[in-house]
Design a protein around this ligand. Sequence first.
Ligand SMILES: Nc1ncnc2c1ncn2[C@@H]1O[C@H](COP(=O)(O)OP(=O)(O)OP(=O)(O)O)[C@@H](O)[C@H]1O
Length: 584
Amino acid sequence: MKTYQALWRLIRFTPGLYAIDLFFQLFRSLILLLPGVLAYNMFNIITANRPIGWDLWTLGALLVGAAIARVVSMLSSTGMDAICGEHGNALVRRNIFGQLISRIGAQELPASPGELVSRFDADTESLTNTIAYTFMNIGSLLQALGALVIMLVMQPLTTLVVFIPLIGSSLLMTRLSRRIQEYHRESRKAAGAVSSFMGEMFSTPQAIQLANAQPRVLAHLRELNNTRRRTTLRSLFFTSVVLSNVASNTANLGTGLLLLMSAQAIQHGTFTVGGLALFISYQFWVISIVASLIQNLTFYKQAGVSLQRLQEALPAGIPSETVIAHQPVYLRGAYPEIRLLEREMPKLEHLEVNGLTYLYPRSSNGVAGINLRLRRGTTTVITGRIGSGKSTLLRTIMGLLPRQAGEIRWNGEPVLRPEHVFVPPQSAYTPQVPRLASETLRQNILMGYPEEPVHLEAAIHAAVMEADIVALEQGLDTIVGPKGTKLSGGQIQRAAAARMFVREPDLLIFDDLSSALDVETEQQLWQRLFTRGDCTYLLVSHRRYALQHADQVIVLKDGHIEAQGKLENLLESCAEMCALWNGE
Ligand SMILES: Nc1ncnc2c1ncn2[C@@H]1O[C@H](COP(=O)(O)OP(=O)(O)OP(=O)(O)O)[C@@H](O)[C@H]1O
């Protein structure tokens, strides 16, 4: 998508608001022509030694009126810019965020979280600010054209001479614009690197402390910040200092030439003091519009850089137009109701996996030719050595990794989009390291799910959390800290389990749920799970209790199923199972 197409799409998102914005910009600019004409008449009256009569006072009143109208229209246009920008920024951020959270589970983020935050912030605003600046310049251009016509009619020769310096400054600014675009790109990249590194620092403070790496981490941050300072300074220096100085000095040169020419013309009686006043006020706009247009072009090019960075923030395979796809944004009033996911599939009776294969790109690691069958109300435990492919198998079944071969059938029906089926209300999953947010424990369990006291209590009981909640300072309303740092590893695992239970899925998938639990709590947890009735369980576990109570155990070795069946049979027939059972 080209930059102009993106900007036009943003304008079309709120055309009414942008029309009002443009109206205020035009009014604000054109009203500025009035004081020049008024000053022309006032000075001509004064220098002709006419007595100060009604005419002069009227002109003065008009001058004040024009100034008030200008201030009001300036405030209105600035306000409209902010409102339009707010809508456009919200749209872009919503679109990218929506794509990021609905990407296939295990797909990498296109950039680090810190870098993405930086793009959400400054790159988004670069687009909407360019529109605001362009609208302002449309007004300024009309104002400058109006001024130019009036000046040419009054004094064609003086007008042409006054604009000679403009030619030189225009050439200079055009040459600088490419360099400014490059500097902007570098400064945005350096800002992204700083926020990315800070995001990583804040997410791993303990790892930094344990490695005693604070001085080196700070030194690296300082280095990144220095690069950002240098590149940002250079970019700002060229955008703000050089460009605006070229513009104002060109205007000053024009004024000097004007004074020289008008002195002679006034002596010869071909020019008046009123005319000089008008020329001085108008020539600045005509000269500065060139600088403004060149600066506008620079912003446009910077917006192109930002648009590219935003498009690159989309997950792979998503069309670039999605960045500005029109969708409702909710900035005022009530938020729309969040609907619970509806059932895609009937209640689970049996699940079959046939010939399932997923190998990681450019590697032979993964799982291949997996066949298994789960029946409703049974427990299946997947076990195997470290790296045998247990997590990969679960994630491929659920569509978090894209399968390369094989099929999955839910009650005999092929599952074409597993990522839509293996979610509540059909299924729920807890990964090896569950994630909690820095919210209350209640919010972490419910995650937007409607609170029904009975379900919540039952879920907490099933997760063996009732005693922990009594011991917590504010019970369910305790804020658990970033990633749940105020809870123990076992509490985090059980909070994640309660999150699954409250959704009452048919199929519960756990990846090593009890790794951080003591033996007693673990046994209680399995006991409660296995007496929950109608649920079907698919677990990754090495724990003896789980293996002993499983209806079937699947032994994985090097990404293949080595054996499957009841534990007692496997202990007789499968050397790998014996080795795992004996902890070899
Ligand atoms: N993104 C990846 N790219 C390449 N290889 C990977 C990737 N992720 C995992 N692997 C490899 O795939 C194999 C299976 O990994 P997996 O995490 O499924 O094993 P696991 O049995 O769950 O291990 P653990 O018991 O440690 O959880 C391992 O050899 C692992 O190193």
